[in-house]
Design a protein around this ligand. Sequence first.
Ligand SMILES: NC(=O)c1ccc[n+]([C@@H]2O[C@H](COP(=O)([O-])OP(=O)(O)OC[C@H]3O[C@@H](n4cnc5c(N)ncnc54)[C@H](O)[C@@H]3O)[C@@H](O)[C@H]2O)c1
Length: 247
Amino acid sequence: MRLEGKVAIVTGGAKGIGRAITTAYVGQGARVLVVDVDEAAGATLAADLGEAVTFLAADLSVEANASRIVEAAVAAYGRLDVLVNNAHASRQAPLLETTPEMWELSLGTGFWPVFWLMREAHPHLKESRGTIINFASGAGLRGNPTQGAYAAAKEAVRGISRVAANEWARDGINVNLISPLARTEGVDAFIAAHPEQEEALNNTNPMRRLGDPYDDIAPVAVFLASGDADYMTGQTLMVDGGAIMLR
Ligand SMILES: NC(=O)c1ccc[n+]([C@@H]2O[C@H](COP(=O)([O-])OP(=O)(O)OC[C@H]3O[C@@H](n4cnc5c(N)ncnc54)[C@H](O)[C@@H]3O)[C@@H](O)[C@H]2O)c1
C-alpha cells in the first residue's frame, strides 16, 4: 500500500476525478476527508468507502470554510499529509460576454479556495512534510475560446503553485499540478447533448480517446502523493493522452 498512514483532503471528491482519486487513495491505505457541495453524492461515496472517508458538505467559495475543512481532517484522522485541490465550477462564454457572476463563479471555486486551503493546510503539511496537488487545464494552457474565466483561474493556480513550490520547499512541502483529460459526468452530459461532437472530443489527442478517471488520472495522483514523487515540485503533469506536450 503506497499511501499507508497518510491523510488527505480531496475537494470536489464526491464525483468525477475527485471521486476516482479518493477511491484510489483509500485503496492504497490512506484516509480521506472529502469536501463537496453535492451532499447526496458525498453520502453515497462515504457509504461505499466506509471509515476511511469522512464527508464534509461545504461550499469552498466561502473563505471561512477553509479552516473548517483543515480542522475537520485533523480532528477526524489526527494529521494531514496531502491536499488535493480538485473542485472547480465554471460557465463558458466569449470573453466580451463573460459576466461578473461568471468570473466570480470560476475564481470563487477554482482559484481563491485553492489559495485559502493551501494557507490553512501549510502548518500541518510542514509538520508531515506533505504534498499539495492542484489542477490545471488544457483550456488554460491553450486559451480555448469561451473559457476566459476558467482559463484565468487555472493559470492563476499554476502561478501560485510555482510560487509555493519555491517558497515551501524548505518546509518539506512539494506542490505539483495535474492537467487531466477524462470522461466524467460533465463530459457525459455534454456528449449526450451533442452526440455529433463525441468523435471530435476523442480525437483531441494522439491516443484518440478520453481518459478514464480511475484508470488514467487517479494513479498519477497516487504517485504524486507517494514518496516516489518527493524530488518533484512546481511541475504540471499532462495526463491527457498527449494532447498537449509541454516543453
Ligand atoms: N474532466 C476533464 O477532462 C478535465 C480537463 C481539464 C481539467 N479538469 C479539472 O480537473 C478537476 C476535476 O474535474 P472533473 O471533470 O472531475 O469535475 P466535475 O465537475 O465532474 O467535479 C467537480 C466536483 O466539484 C464539486 N464542486 C463544485 N463547486 C464546488 C464548491 N463551490 N464547493 C465544493 N465542491 C464543489 C462538484 O460538486 C463536483 O463533485 C477540475 O479542477 C477540472 O477543472 C478536468
